[in-house]
Design a protein around this ligand. Structure first.
Ligand code: PEP
Ligand code: MN
Length: 345
């Protein structure tokens, strides 16, 4: 169940509702929004009586039953789409958002050249890892604080928003200071300590699907962040592990419309990690636009053969420019479909 309190309900009313919930044997998860408090009710008990009682309790605006195990992120909680603002652009609204940049921040020149290039060709957000989750402990681990500072500099120069990966709950405050959006990588999708601490980080979170995680598990992880106080979560399909070896991962393209049925959260597609091959990125990007993703996150490097990570899947700036131009007819159709949808709500 989800209980929405009236805007500006008093503390006494909120406390009273929480006491009533406890009397019915349920647990309370409340989210304090700017305008109103929303209370998630979880556990096993007499749902019908509890709902009836809460609907009649002072301060309550609506009380609704949510059958999905993920409550706040489910479509039952919110019918339409949630649009999430990152540095003045909105993901999940009427704009198809391109996020682009290198896998890792490597040097000032590399990140500045990439930022200026992708901005010129229509990207709205710059990606780049400063803390890198690498399979081998001997591989480049990221520039850390120096990398974060370079990302900030690139933002100042280009006006692009910044997204960068957060790997540990210990670094949340530091990374949040430098970035507009926190990326949780596939390997950390079920790092529950990290997810909980992102509930209070004050930044939107881009949550990538774990490489062996189901869609339900992805949504449960998103629920962790929202239940801990942060409603601004963007989901990302980046390919999953299957028996197929022709691509680095298998892009679960159906995950996009499946997620659109199950959740109001925005969904972006990462065609770079989904394929592992530069040549396949434009085709999957077209598919992402056509299938109704809210945006793409694409790896771009000014000189991929010199990249310290993921060079094989990184587009050159020229490739990126061509892809952006080729995507325009698809993006026009996307916009028409999205405006029709938003007008119908
Ligand atoms: C990345 O975005 O560079 C990355 C490490 O992605 P993923 O977590 O999807 O593997
Ligand atoms: Mn990468």
């Amino acid at each position: 169940m989800i209980i929405s309190m009236r805007p500006h309900a008093s503390r006494a009313e909120i406390d009273h509702v929480c006491e009533r919930i406890a009397e019915f044997g349920y647990k309370v998860h409340s989210i304090e929004g700017e305008e109103r408090v929303v209370i998630g009710v979880v556990g096993i008990g007499d749902v019908t009586s509890c709902l009836e009682s809460l609907e009649a309790t002072p301060g309550v605006e609506t009380a609704m039953r949510i059958s999905a195990p993920y409550k706040f992120v489910s479509k039952e909680f919110r019918k339409g789409r949630s649009a999430i603002k990152i540095n003045g652009c909105e993901i999940g609204g009427d704009e198809f958002v391109m996020i682009a940049g290198p896998c890792s921040v490597e040097s000032e020149k590399q990140i500045m050249d990439t930022a200026e290039g992708v901005a010129a060709y229509g990207a709205r957000i710059l990606r780049g890892g400063a803390f890198k989750p690498r399979t081998s402990p001997y591989d480049f681990q990221g520039m850390e604080l120096e990398g974060l500072k370079l990302l900030r500099k690139a933002k100042e120069r280009t006006g692009l928003g910044i997204i960068t990966e957060i790997m540990s709950d210990r670094d949340v405050e530091l990374v949040a200071e430098y970035t507009d959006c926190m990326q949780v990588g596939a390997r950390n999708m079920q790092n529950f300590a990290l997810l909980k601490s992102l509930g209070g980080c004050g930044r939107p979170v881009l949550l990538k699907r774990g490489m062996s995680s189901t869609i339900k598990e992805l949504l449960m992880s998103a629920e962790y962040i929202v239940a801990h106080g942060n409603p601004n979560v963007i989901l990302c399909e980046r390919g999953i592990r299957t028996f197929e070896t022709a691509t680095r991962n298998t892009c679960d393209i159906a995950a996009v419309p499946v997620l659109n049925e199950l959740t109001h959260l925005p969904v972006v597609l990462d065609p770079s990690h989904a394929t592992g091959k530069r040549s396949l990125v434009p085709a999957l990007s077209r598919a992402g636009v056509a299938i109704g993703a809210d945006g793409l996150i694409v790896e771009v490097h000014p000189c991929p053969e010199k990249a310290v990570s993921d060079g094989a899947q990184s587009l050159t700036l020229t490739d990126f420019a061509r892809m952006m131009s080729d995507l325009q007819p698809y993006i026009r159709l996307w916009k028409e479909a999205r405006s029709r949808e938003l007008a119908a709500v």
